[in-house]
Design a protein around this ligand. Sequence first.
Ligand SMILES: Cc1ncc(COP(=O)(O)O)c(C=O)c1O
Length: 382
Amino acid sequence: MVLITIPFNKPYLTGKEMHYIYQAVHSGKISGNGMFTQKCQKYFEDRYGFKKALLTTSCTDALEMCAILANIEKGDEVIVPSYTFVSTALAFVRQGATIVFADSRSDHPGIDENKIENLITTKTKAIVPVHYAGLSCDMDKIMFLANKYNLLVIEDAAQSIDSFYKGKPLGSIGHMAAFSFHETKNINSGEGGLLAINDIRFIKRSEIIWEKGTNRAEFLRGEVNKYGWVDIGSSFLPSEIIAAYLWAQLENLEDIQKQRIEIWEQYYDGLKDWANNNDIGLPNIPDYATNNGHMFYLVCRSSEQRDKLIEYLNANAILAVFHYLSLHKSDYYRKEHKGGDLPFSDRYTDRLLRLPFFFELSQLDLQLIIKIILNFPVKDIV
Ligand SMILES: Cc1ncc(COP(=O)(O)O)c(C=O)c1O
């Protein structure tokens, strides 16, 4: 067995995390919705223009809150790309929704915006676009359909912090959005997430669902003199210890983004000729989207070529990994999938490979990865 020396991910510590955690612990207030939670939420509201930002313990939790807020009930249909993480669909399935899976684009793993309208029925309640690799879906097309058919749009922005569509921050365009701060994301708190609300109709209820179905947030602001059980909800809010860690990351967001985008560009420059000459796909950034340096991926010519390249990199002590498995073929949901084949979702399932990507990836290691890939006998395995 080869010992991996270049991991796929390494969570970045800015250096202030323990300092802020110490402050949180010594403030005597370590449950949720304290000073650090509010600082983080205000930061997101100010920087990205969300009407309301609520920290959650994960993106999955934020998506579950969206499903509750959207009043998803048994029989409602929700349109979700098949090429995504389980949570994008699961959050709505828990509320009783039927998931209608959409295919990916031929030039990008994101949802094919032009194939959504055919999936809309009288039962459709919401569309959940995923901005894969932090690269925006064509949101004008999706919002047009939402307006035409009176649907909600919930952006799965798990990977999309600090990325933009035609100048608008991702997560600020749909009615609501969910972000992830899992340790693999650009900014992280180990596990963590954010619910962003852009439609003010949902603000009041979002705080109640967040606080176990109580109006405790109103009570903490002094707006009511007692709080109690007023709706459904759960314990979606993280402790101040998590928020304190996240605050240290947010303070360094610009540096983190700059460094990650630089790593991304070096991968691109180092691999583009090789990829072109060998018919390997590289990330495609549409002109309406920005790149937030979340991920660098290759789309190989076949699953055999992808698997061999992963093996070859592992043999050279580099951990490269595949990504999502089409959800319409999952053990849990394939019997429920009434739609047809989704060839592009399957294509990315079989052929996409992600390269090591983290803030502290050194120049030396980055150049080594590129050099090793350029030496892969790509023409022998197609
Ligand atoms: C598109 C997408 N949505 C949701 C999630 C779930 O995020 P979390 O682990 O924060 O719950 C992920 C996880 O990476 C994801 O890739």
